[in-house]
Design a protein around this ligand. Structure first.
Ligand code: SF4
Length: 409
């Protein structure tokens, strides 16, 4: 079987490039983000439909509604799931440190959490995938959120394979598997064959963490994503993460990577609309991944209905990845997707941390500029605000799915 890495390079339409943002002109004046405060803070998790307050006998007003656990992000951006093993420890610690300094989160991927990274738990999403590598009670309780990975945009419907050559002592200990053995994740979770089964796992994880952490469910963007997302929200997930077919990976069969899944823009618009139509949009946050290339894509994703985005390939490019698509060889020349000590040394964790911070801060400034141009001073005002988008070069069916008007209307 031919293997490939990173995202789908086939020339399918990129809908972000057919969407244009609005800008204020005479009325509703624009805002200068250098002179006025802008709010990018985002909270991920289930929100109440309404707030109730109560007044004490002394006249003190307090919130009566119990708010579900939330993940606080200073930017609507998170580092995608990349397991320790698929990338090396130097980069994992750089992601953890960068997320901590930025006030965002990174995601362990399915490789467990190295003991040295527990200190970054408040900025960590711990993943539970079908292989359950490194999953135990302390691991679950170490993070600020838990993600059940059902699918991945680069390889929907299939499992994962980390070759034995990448399973050295550190990876072996963290994943709780023997050194040198292949880490094979099954295609399905063998305890999930229905939405009811998924619900049981969601609540088992909530129970194991005393209902302190939001639980996310990650799926690949596929043909009926909207119905699947609705089921996931009704099963009790606090966050739905959707991964589009341009999402990267360390290894995937080439035919799967290039021919399976759908664009994230279509999946996002249809899921947001479906959850709104069913009156359950507030019950879960939507996070999108797989093809977020720049800050404008983040802004367009939020206008289409996302609460936040994951970035993976963009983060790797920031630390030197040249998109050579050879990650599966385990011999990444930039010291990223490799555990060969001589190659891994090419990534200095201190320098990588600074580069990741610069990327997110730079995107943050650009997002503020675009928001200010639209006359908005908070990311919350943009969420699902498709009036701020206009489309060029799309047919009526595409416009209907995206819920966006054509330019000029
Ligand atoms: S530079 Fe490294 S991480 Fe980037 S695509 Fe090549 S092998 Fe993969």
């Amino acid at each position: 079987m031919l293997l490939a890495a990173m995202g789908n390079p086939a020339p399918y339409p990129i809908y972000w490039d057919h969407l244009l943002l609005d800008a204020s002109q005479v009325t509703n004046p624009s805002i200068d983000p250098l002179r006025e405060p802008m709010e990018l803070r985002t909270y991920l998790g289930s929100k109440p439909d309404r707030l109730e307050f109560e007044e004490s006998s002394e006249g003190k007003v307090s919130l009566k509604t119990k708010i579900s656990p939330q993940i606080k992000l200073n930017y609507p951006i998170m580092f995608s799931a990349m397991s320790y093993g698929s990338i090396n420890f130097n980069l994992h610690i750089a992601m953890a440190r960068a997320a901590t300094e930025l006030g965002i989160v990174y995601n362990t991927g399915e490789g467990g959490l190295h003991p040295d990274l527990y200190q970054y738990g408040p900025n960590t999403i711990v993943q539970v995938a079908s292989g359950r590598f490194g999953v135990h009670r302390d691991y679950l309780n170490a993070g600020t959120g838990i993600e059940i990975k059902i699918g991945q945009g680069a390889k929907p419907g299939i499992g994962g394979h980390l070759p034995g050559e990448k399973i050295g002592p550190g990876v072996s200990m963290t994943r709780m598997i023997p050194e040198g053995s292949d880490a094979l994740s099954p295609a399905p979770h063998h305890d999930i064959y229905s939405i009811e089964d998924l619900r049981q796992l969601i609540y088992a994880l909530k129970e194991a963490t005393e209902y302190r952490l939001p639980v996310s469910v990650k799926i690949a963007a596929v043909h009926n994503s909207a119905a699947i997302a609705s089921g996931i929200v009704r099963a009790g997930a606090d966050i739905v993460a959707i991964d589009g077919f341009r999402g990267g990976t360390g290894a995937a069969p080439t035919m799967i990577r290039d021919n399976v899944g759908i664009p994230i823009e279509m999946a996002l618009a249809s899921i947001d609309q479906r959850l709104r139509d069913e009156g359950i949009r507030n019950h879960a946050s939507i996070v999108v991944a797989g093809g977020i290339r720049c800050s404008a894509d983040v802004v367009k994703a939020i206008a289409l209905g996302a609460d936040a985005v994951y970035i993976g390939s963009a983060a790797l490019i920031a630390v030197g990845c040249t998109m050579c698509q050879r990650c599966y060889t385990g011999k990444c020349p930039w010291g990223i997707a490799t555990n060969v000590p001589a190659l891994a040394r090419r990534q200095n964790p201190e320098i990588a941390t600074r580069k990741l911070i610069n990327l997110v801060r730079g995107w943050g400034h650009e997002i503020e500029e675009m928001l200010g141009g639209m006359g908005l001073n908070s990311i919350e005002s943009l969420r699902g605000n498709r009036e701020k988008l206009r489309a060029v070069g799309l047919n009526q069916v595409e416009l209907d799915i995206l819920g966006v008007k054509p330019a000029g209307r």
